[in-house]
Design a protein around this ligand. Structure first.
Ligand code: GLN
Length: 389
């Protein structure tokens, strides 16, 4: 008999992050699981989308991105990330950073290629490597500061290494890779003729004087880096699914082909509005980081009180926590059981730590919370979490 579905799809499970949101809706609990803001997006960007629809920008945009948006992306890369980008040669606009990542892997990977992934990692990178037929090689980030061991990273590179995936600021740990760390990664890429694929979607959410470094901006790296980004997190527009990849011309041409046959293109009117978002003044970004700093500190306080041990993030909008003591206290065997119990009985949703590891046992005593929420949502979570005290 023929198998009912492909072996690849059998090799990975449904997204636990998205499942937790569905459970939240089922039980009516407070959702601190899937990372999306519950407050409004910037008014002028919403107005720009409405205006674009009224102006009848309602048919396909150029497959690899509306010229106006590609120009805005190139300007922003120059201004904030400090590397030159040609809007006609180096950019592919995609349906979110998620599509940019899978399209990049499909455009670069050949059978037998390996991809180095720092672990814990954002859930999608696992299935992404399977779907693109790459073999993942995991390298641990070690708490409490989530540093990598240079020897362990070096040992993961070899002649089959096609790429390393970097995510800075990092989901789920909140780590922000330092210049020295990225220089070490860059050196290995050069030594082994590998690409850096860097997901920088949280680049504007930074705390405690940390600096965002784009690896494309390091010496010799522009020609071997694909920089992935999108409007979801910076402008609180996760539902617009507008992202992009910036790559050297030859690789970008391959990404454009994959993207074209996967999705044809991202939503045309939203691309026009995204261009307006990218041109918001400096004050917008300062305000964003300031707002999130208050939310970070607020949620760290709430979680501390409830008995979670927080790894205080330096960037992005998640808090990874240690729950070994809480598991004992509440008689739960692991992170997954704890998160399912919490969403139902306590009324707060978080993501089980095992979602971010290849081997679920590695995340057994961790859960991740997000703080991209209104004060009233955080206050409601605080109230419910009192039941844990
Ligand atoms: N990046 C967000 C998270 O980690 C949302 C991911 C998603 O569901 N697309 O929660």
């Amino acid at each position: 008999m023929k198998p009912p579905v492909s072996q690849i799809t059998e090799s990975f499970t449904e997204s636990v992050i998205r499942e937790m949101t569905r459970l939240t809706n089922l039980y009516g609990s407070v959702n601190l699981s899937q990372g999306f803001p519950d407050f409004p997006a910037p008014e002028e960007v919403k107005e720009a989308a409405v205006a674009a629809i009224r102006a009848d920008i309602n048919q396909y945009a150029v497959t690899w991105g509306a010229p106006n948006l590609r120009r805005a992306i190139a300007e922003k890369a120059q201004r904030y990330n400090h590397f030159p980008v040609d809007p006609d040669k180096n950019i592919t606009v995609t349906c979110g950073a998620t599509e940019a990542m899978i399209a990049t892997l499909m455009a670069l990977i050949n059978p037998g290629d390996e991809v180095v992934i720092f672990e814990p990692f954002y859930e999608n990178y696992g299935p992404d490597t399977y779907l693109s037929h790459a073999t993942p090689r995991f390298v641990k980030l070690h708490p409490p500061d989530w540093h990598f061991d240079e020897k362990e990273l070096r040992a993961a590179f070899n002649s089959h290494t096609r790429a390393v995936i970097i995510n800075t600021p990092n989901n789920p740990t909140g780590k922000v890779f330092t210049r020295e760390e990225l220089q070490f990664v860059a050196q290995l890429c050069q030594e082994w003729d590998a690409f850096a694929i860097t997901d920088e979607i949280y680049e504007h959410i930074l705390f405690d004087d940390t600096e965002h470094i784009s690896i494309a901006n390091l010496d010799g790296m522009a020609k071997r880096t694909v920089t992935i980004n999108g409007i979801s997190k910076t402008y609180s527009l996760t539902g617009w699914r507008t992202g992009w990849a910036i790559a050297p011309e030859q690789q970008n041409n391959a990404i454009r082909k994959v993207h074209d046959f996967l999705t044809v293109g991202a939503a045309a009117p939203l691309q026009e509005a995204a261009a307006v978002a990218l041109r918001l003044p400096e004050s917008y970004y300062q305000n964003l980081a300031k707002t999130y700093l208050v939310k970070r500190n607020r949620l760290v306080g709430i979680l501390d009180n409830a008995g979670f041990h927080c790894y205080v993030p330096k960037g992005a909008y998640y808090i990874m926590t240690e729950i070994a003591e809480l598991l004992d206290k509440h008689g739960q065997p692991n992170d997954d059981a704890f998160a399912r119990w919490m969403v139902k009985e306590i009324g707060v949703a978080a993501v089980p730590g095992s979602s971010f590891y290849m081997n679920p046992a590695d995340g057994r005593t961790q859960v991740r919370f997000c703080f991209c929420k209104k004060e009233e949502t955080l206050a409601a979570a605080a109230e419910k979490l009192k039941k844990l005290e």
